[in-house]
Write a protein that binds this ligand. Structure first.
Ligand SMILES: Cc1cc2nc3c(=O)[nH]c(=O)nc-3n(C[C@H](O)[C@H](O)[C@H](O)COP(=O)(O)OP(=O)(O)OC[C@H]3O[C@@H](n4cnc5c(N)ncnc54)[C@H](O)[C@@H]3O)c2cc1C
Length: 437
């Protein structure tokens, strides 16, 4: 088993399968001047890049500042699973947004996948997109619940085929003995996320967005015109967008305590022989189970198994991610005992207290907009949030933004020191219930 070391320099891309396979990584300049724009966007992940792109499409002048590299954060390191839905279960938010609001959020969970689909097509972004996803049941009760999930999708007018797959037929989905069934969905899929975000940045630049890398924002001075200060330059803009997600730290204290970073980890095997790859996942689907600290996996374009999981609140990554993740992979696929691990890396998920993303504007400074806290399910939702932010900034109003803002953006209790341990305790409780069930 080969063991590539996980990280690279903190200001360069993580040493991941994605960085190794994305092709030439373009560089954007460091901010080295004082500049003006209609909108300044902070963060070069899916949220920031797509908000900038959508604003430019609407004719606004935009500057995007990224502390490290475009796609350095979760956007360039994630599992690449493009799955419908927002947060976990939105039906519980009816008391905040009404039944109509819930229906809007459920539809948005579906249409957000189409936004990604259209973006890829419109800008001809080569990002290894494949359609097909199967949600995996760990228990018979979870499998039984797929019936109502499928019925709900039908009610919402979901236009893609879905099918429940019973335990006896699971070999059609995955060569593993551990599942109690699945829900196949041909309207979700998987892709190479770093190629996607880099392609989107290229598209944004072609529309006139000025992108800067290695330009961490150090200070915000609020007012009718926001001053966004970096070490070697300042941007003055009428509106500001914060797309920093789990990496916001204390840049905007009104938001910092609302999102908690949690580590999630991924390994990829060496390229597998075609027969073995086809046997493991015959339909080349994205797959994801429902455990606390779930397993998510898929094949890459060059037939590696890309396997991710875990959710760490300690702020400390495992010393050897490969050694930590390999037993999880072997539990699902014991037949891969002799397969080498070529890449290993981790990233920070932005978790919120109610597992629902926070998309809105600051009450105290209404020209400051933000979207964050996708709680591990952000590939589609970042693109939707970007559209809502651009719509609100351009027209002064967005019904969708109102619905999202209607769901409380809760602050984690415990202050900076106790937030993570309290959440870890809560997750341990859920995990114990899962084991004892
Ligand atoms: C390991 C892992 C696996 C995941 N798998 C999936 C998946 O399969 N499917 C799915 O839907 N979601 C998945 N997610 C979640 C998804 O990747 C995120 O929700 C999404 O990428 C968030 O995008 P973002 O742009 O908001 O944040 P990020 O991509 O994290 O970008 C934030 C950026 O802000 C920059 N920044 C922060 N502070 C500053 C500053 N002061 N100045 C300038 N720039 C700054 C950072 O450098 C960073 O590049 C996964 C996440 C992780 C970590």
């Amino acid at each position: 088993m080969t063991q590539a070391k996980p990280s690279g320099s903190a200001s360069e891309h993580a040493r991941s399968y994605y960085a190794a396979s994305a092709g030439p990584l373009p560089g954007y300049p460091i901010l080295n001047a004082d500049l003006d724009a209609d909108v300044c966007v902070i963060g070069g992940g899916f949220t920031g890049v797509n908000t900038a792109l959508e604003l430019a499409q609407r004719g606004l002048s935009v500057i995007l500042l990224e502390a490290r590299r475009i796609g350095w954060g979760a956007s360039g390191r994630n599992g690449g699973q493009l799955i419908r839905g927002i947060g976990h279960d939105v039906s519980g938010f009816a008391r905040h947004v009404g039944e109509e609001g819930v229906k809007y959020l459920e539809r948005a969970g579906i249409e957000s996948v189409d936004v990604v689909r259209q973006r890829i097509a419109e800008h001809a972004i080569d990002c290894d997109l494949r359609w097909g996803f199967c949600e995996l049941a760990n228990t018979p009760a979870q499998f039984a619940a797929f019936k109502s999930e499928q019925a709900r999708l039908a009610d919402l007018g979901y236009e893609h085929p879905t099918r429940r797959v019973g335990p006896k037929d699971m070999h059609q989905i995955v060569a593993s003995e551990v599942y109690a069934g699945g829900l196949l969905d041909m309207g979700s899929g998987h892709l190479h996320p770093l190629k996607l975000v880099l392609g989107e940045a290229r598209a944004a630049a072609s529309l006139g967005v000025r992108l800067f890398e290695q330009s961490p924002v150090l200070e915000l001075v609020h007012g009718n015109c926001v001053e966004v200060r970096c070490a070697t330059g300042t941007v003055r803009a009428a509106s500001l967008v914060l797309g920093c997600n789990a990496h916001l730290d204390e840049l905007e204290p009104r938001l910092s305590g609302k999102v908690l970073p949690a580590g999630s980890y991924i390994i990829t095997t060496e390229p597998l022989p075609e027969t073995l790859a086809t046997q493991l996942i015959p339909q080349n689907l994205a797959l994801c189970d429902q455990k606390v600290g779930l397993d998510y996996y898929r094949l890459t374009a060059d037939r590696r198994l890309l396997f991710g999981g875990a959710c760490h609140y300690s702020g400390r990554d495992p010393a050897d991610i490969g050694a930590y993740m390999r037993p999880k992979l072997l539990k699902v696929f014991p037949q891969l005992q002799d397969v080498a691990i070529d890449h290993q890396w981790g990233g920070q998920i932005g978790i919120t207290a109610n597992r629902f993303p926070q998309v809105g504007r600051l009450r105290q400074f209404p020209n400051v907009y933000y979207a964050q806290g996708y709680s591990g399910h952000g590939l589609n939702v970042t693109h939707w949030a970007a559209r809502l932010l651009a719509e609100a900034i351009h027209t002064g109003h967005s019904r969708g933004l109102d619905v999202f803002s209607g769901v409380p953006h809760m602050t984690f209790p415990g202050g900076p020191a106790l937030r993570a341990p309290l959440l870890a305790l809560g997750m341990l409780w859920h995990r114990m219930r899962e084991i004892l069930a």
